[in-house]
Design a protein around this ligand. Structure first.
Ligand SMILES: Cc1cc2nc3c(=O)[nH]c(=O)nc-3n(C[C@H](O)[C@H](O)[C@H](O)COP(=O)(O)OP(=O)(O)OC[C@H]3O[C@@H](n4cnc5c(N)ncnc54)[C@H](O)[C@@H]3O)c2cc1C
Length: 271
């Protein structure tokens, strides 16, 4: 039996929470939920430090940044994670089971929040791989649908099996008590796969450059319009760099918490 008070005493800087459920999507991806500390507040789209307690007398715990995948009002906290075979944290984290302890930092932060964007009509959420995580939070928050007429979730992966949460975007969210009705009218899910046949193929920046994305979404061929389009990006450096360049080309400018703008980004991982 894990001794939570002992772990808490050894790690006073962190919350000690308990794993509730684990879901393995592929041998590279998994999700888990855990208990939420009563005093923990965050804004949909923010990230927090997560880690596992070290062995007694061992080194300090390894902590890593993780986007919270649940919306700000959720009872449980959800995360969507990579499994890096020799990764200091995820080589261990991928083996967690319900009941196990998890350390969590006390201060959430981040720029992928609705408050960092100026008002507009369409909100594009561009992600690759686990970069989808913050948008699982933002697009399950009714605030997104109140602020924007359309919310477009773009998810780029290498293989079809990596389109985690596809059932959520294509079915479950429409049944959601809180956002179901808004999602039915306003949410568009736009998945794309780069290394296998799929109904849509290609890198996100290429789909923009060729005009295919605009045609698919029924948008003007002239592309993004700084008067109405807002965006968030999360995932690989290459996607973020190329999409940011494209958005700048259309006249959109980067925002932050202190100075809201047309788009915001989070560099979650290299490669
Ligand atoms: C702001 C922020 C938010 C993040 N949110 C998430 C999240 O929600 N889910 C998540 O899985 N990771 C997220 N990460 C990455 C995370 O912090 C860790 O890097 C990851 O969990 C691997 O940890 P590790 O100790 O096993 O390996 P590390 O030593 O941290 O990473 C080893 C290598 O694996 C690759 N890598 C790391 N993370 C990923 C990833 N997510 N996808 C593809 N390749 C990766 C990189 O090339 C890295 O150099 C986020 C990072 C930042 C900065």
């Amino acid at each position: 039996m894990t001794d939570f008070p002992e772990i808490a005493a050894a790690n006073p800087a962190f919350f000690v929470e308990r794993v509730l459920s684990v879901h393995h999507w592929t041998d590279r991806l998994f999700s888990f939920t855990m208990t939420r500390p009563a005093s923990f507040r965050f804004r949909s789209g923010e990230f927090v430090m997560i880690g596992l307690p070290s062995e007694p007398g061992g080194p300090r715990p390894v902590m890593r940044a993780y986007s919270i995948a649940s919306p700000h009002f959720a009872e449980e906290l959800e995360f969507f994670s990579i499994k890096v075979p020799d990764g200091p944290l995820t080589s261990r984290l991928q083996r967690i089971q319900p009941g196990d302890p998890i350390l969590m930092g006390r201060k959430p932060t981040g720029t992928l929040v609705l408050d960092a964007l100026t008002p507009g009509k369409r909100l594009f959420l561009f992600s690759t791989g686990t970069g989808l995580a913050p948008f699982l939070s933002v697009a399950r928050d009714p605030d997104a649908y109140e602020r924007y007429e359309k919310v477009v979730v773009v998810h780029g992966v290498r293989q079809v099996s990596e389109l985690a949460y596809r059932d959520l975007w294509t079915r479950e969210i429409f049944e959601d008590e809180l956002v179901g009705e808004q999602a039915r009218r306003q949410l568009v899910y736009y998945p794309t796969v780069t290394r296998e046949p799929f109904e849509r193929q290609g890198r996100i920046p290429d789909l923009m450059a060729s005009g295919k994305m605009f045609a698919d979404l029924g948008l003007p061929a002239t592309g993004f319009d700084p008067a109405v389009d807002r965006a968030m990006m999360c995932g690989s450096m290459a996607m973020i760099k190329d999409v940011a360049k494209a958005l700048e080309g259309y006249g959109l400018t980067e925002g932050s918490n202190a100075d809201p703008g047309d788009y915001v980004l989070e560099r979650a991982f290299v490669g």
